[in-house]
Design a protein around this ligand. Structure first.
Ligand code: SF4
Length: 701
């Protein structure tokens, strides 16, 4: 069928799913997207995964919101609403009434309780311009820094460690540089499912002779292409990495010259590592001492080596410590700043890098400028023309707790779904229900929108103009293939209109004006203009000149820290917050699947993806299932101290015997009912990758 009739138009844009940032072309026929093809983008070179290629028809799903909605009087808040029939609980209205009521409610809370009683969740699925204006609206209209987004749930701890260690929260080299590396470590990441096109470069490098080392408690699909699978015990990352560094120091395999020229704190780290011998750490991490030595030697002695990591590293109470160890490994071996070397946290959402850069974070303004720094505030106050609150705001999970304490009373949520994505989600849903005023802007009646007072129907990515920044720091241009349906509007226009209803004198008329303002306040955007992005499609930041492509590899001659040196920060082994015991003997870990993206709002409404993975499942090792007397496909009950869910069991030899893995995309068996809301103290990220659980066959009465 594809290609049987000529398409009417082709629109060049970027994939709306993961942080790889594949460039795509929408092929339009009969007013619909007929199919999608990859383009020759810097991150994908025509490649696409199943989500990018087939996951587009969610935009024409009949459940799209097409009119502003207002909750009917006395309609209960909660998940018992059919997303196909919101009119049981909401009534349709005009934009004017919806925006008037949305702004009126927010202004009332500000007047009665102060601006700190309001919080906003922006989106990593929107554009840079939307993220920038969203954080500016919250800071300007309410005088608070209570604005955050899902970076808090994915790489906040990685960013905390990177800012501390090398003075920059972004990657030091693109994933395509894996093709230049001799050794590639992929730790706590499952790129074959979560960054599939990036994974193709790792596979290609391995095929060409690079040593690909997969380190993960789950032996996921990339192991089939790897030379090594290091399946360490869940939560023991610091033990393993410290032991590797112990070997590198003890055997003097570190790069003495690099350490002297470009780092500080090495002596302190060396002393700290003395007790972390491979022999001492082997029982902790479950990897033999001889193997730890061999891995350490391989990484240190490689001419060029890269480290890639994902949420298996970051989503722990010791997530920042995990990332600190990876940074130290790279610094002591000088594997930074050259082709085929580097540190690369694989960013999750298509624009989580850009949304973070744009200041959608409670403790920093655009380009990670600290709100607590008076000189920083003065600079932004001069540019923006309003006073900035010196107090860092609350983070995603802290906001939920603040609602329970009645300190936060109103929220504006754009394109995020905390009623599915937050840890201990029953507790989070109670918080959303308790808000005095909730404004949700989205394309579907998401689980979060079911708690809203006002719903603003927004645009899907293929319906909007805007830029996004991928995991490689490549800023790319997205273009609209189709208009939003019905009365739905582009998100940027909604934010601007809401700002005006809140009394702000904003006069933006096009995303290019917002981008121009961003380029003015954000040094990272220097030499990148809207016109240039329209012309070239992608430019990497930092970019030294308007006619240069941008710096793919950074920090060859020092780091953007005071003194220009990278900092070694020692980390101690600490246990996850909730260890298995007799009552809850298994370790629950959660994550994504190839076919479903995050809370499933888009992919579960994409027909091809939904057909491949139509329902939830819990994966356990076949031996564990056999021991529990459970056959694959049988319904099981998975329980933690927060709650229980029922779902079919799936056998998976990739898991260790004490583990259970559940994807968090399915509302009918929401994995986050089970997860532990305890936070990493630095990144404030929840421990999604470890809590104690028990599993039993579901007894049907
Ligand atoms: Fe989209 Fe990521 Fe797949 Fe590329 S790898 S097509 S960006 S989901």
């Amino acid at each position: 069928q594809i290609g049987s009739r000529a398409v009417e138009r082709e629109v060049d844009s970027v994939c709306p799913y993961c942080g790889v940032g594949c460039q795509i072309s929408y092929k339009i026929r009969d007013g619909e997207i007929a199919y999608v093809e990859g383009r020759e983008g810097p991150a994908n070179e025509n490649r696409l995964c199943v989500k990018g290629r087939f996951g587009f028809d969610y935009i024409s799903n009949p459940q799209r919101l097409t009119k502003p909605l207002i909750r009917r009087e006395n309609a209960p808040k909660g998940l018992n609403i059919d997303p196909a029939n919101p009119l049981t609980h909401f009534r349709e209205t005009s934009w004017d009434e919806a925006l008037g009521l949305a702004a009126g409610g927010l202004n009332r809370i500000r007047k009665d309780h102060g601006g700190h009683a309001i919080a906003g969740f922006g989106s990593a699925k929107g554009s840079n311009e939307e993220a920038y204006l969203f954080q500016k609206l919250i800071r300007q209209a309410f005088g608070t820094n209570n604005v955050d987004h899902c970076t808090r749930l994915c790489h906040a701890s990685s960013v905390a460690a990177l800012m501390e260690g090398i003075g920059s929260g972004a990657v030091t080299a693109p994933f395509t540089d894996a093709l230049q590396a001799d050794v590639i470590i992929v730790i706590g990441a499952n790129p074959t499912e979560n960054h599939p096109v990036a994974a193709t470069y790792f596979k290609q490098a391995a095929k060409a002779g690079a040593r690909l080392i997969v380190m993960d408690p789950r032996g996921h699909a990339l192991r089939n292409h790897a030379s090594d699978l290091v399946q360490f015990r869940p939560g023991s990352d610091v033990a393993l990495l410290n032991a590797m560094m112990h070997v590198i120091v003890a055997e003097e395999l570190y790069d003495r010259q690099y350490v002297q020229a470009h780092t500080e704190g090495f002596d302190k780290l060396s002393a700290h590592l003395a007790r972390y011998t491979p022999e001492a750490m082997a029982p902790v991490c479950g990897i033999e001492a001889g193997r730890i030595r061999e891995l350490a030697r391989a990484y240190a002695q490689a001419e060029r080596a890269m480290i890639f990591w994902g949420m298996g590293v970051s989503q722990h109470t010791h997530g920042t410590d995990n990332a600190r160890c990876l940074i130290s490994l790279a610094l002591m071996t000088g594997h930074v700043g050259r082709p085929g070397t580097g540190l690369h946290p694989l960013r999750g959402q298509n624009n989580v890098q850009g949304a973070s850069d744009a200041g959608l974070i409670p403790m920093v303004l655009p380009d990670y400028a600290k709100v607590s720094d008076p000189a920083t505030r003065e600079r932004f106050e001069a540019l923006w023309g309003f006073a900035i609150d010196p107090q860092p705001g609350l983070t995603v999970v802290e906001i939920i707790e603040a609602i329970h304490r009645e300190e936060i009373r109103a929220m504006y949520i754009m394109g995020e779904n905390p009623a599915m994505s937050d840890p201990d989600v029953a507790h989070a849903r109670e918080a959303l229900a308790a808000l005095d005023h909730l404004v949700v802007q989205d394309i579907f009646l998401t689980e979060t929108a079911m708690f809203a007072d006002i719903i603003l129907p927004a645009s899907a990515w293929p319906e909007k103009t805007g830029t996004v920044t991928n995991t490689n720091r490549q800023v790319q241009m997205g273009r609209p293939a189709l208009p939003p349906p019905g009365d739905a509007r582009e998100d940027l226009a909604i934010i601007i209109d809401l700002a005006r209803h809140l009394g702000l004198d904003w006069d933006y008329t096009h995303p290019r004006e917002v981008f121009a303002e961003m380029a003015q306040v954000m040094p990272s955007m220097a030499n990148i203009s809207w016109e240039r992005l329209e012309r070239e499609g992608a430019v990497t930041y930092p970019c030294p000149a308007p006619d240069e492509p941008g710096s793919a590899i950074v920090f060859g001659d020092g780091f953007p820290r005071e003194g220009g040196r990278g900092l070694f920060v020692p980390a101690d082994v600490t246990d996850p917050a909730e260890l298995p015991d007799e009552a809850f003997p298994l370790v629950l870990t959660t994550g994504r699947q190839l076919e479903h993206w995050h809370t499933g709002a888009m992919t579960r409404r994409a027909s091809v993806l939904d057909a491949i993975e139509p329902g939830p499942s819990a994966s356990l090792h076949p031996d564990t299932l056999a021991r529990l007397g459970i056959a694959p496909g049988e319904t099981i009950r998975v329980e933690t101290r927060r709650g229980a869910i029922s779902l079919p069991a799936r056998a998976d030899t990739a898991l260790q015997s004490r583990m259970v893995f559940i994807p968090f995309a399915y509302v009918e068996a929401a994995a986050n009912i089970l997860t532990n809301p305890v936070l990493d103290p630095y990144g404030k990220i929840p421990e999604f990758k470890f809590c104690a659980a028990r599993v039993a066959r579901e007894i049907v009465a």
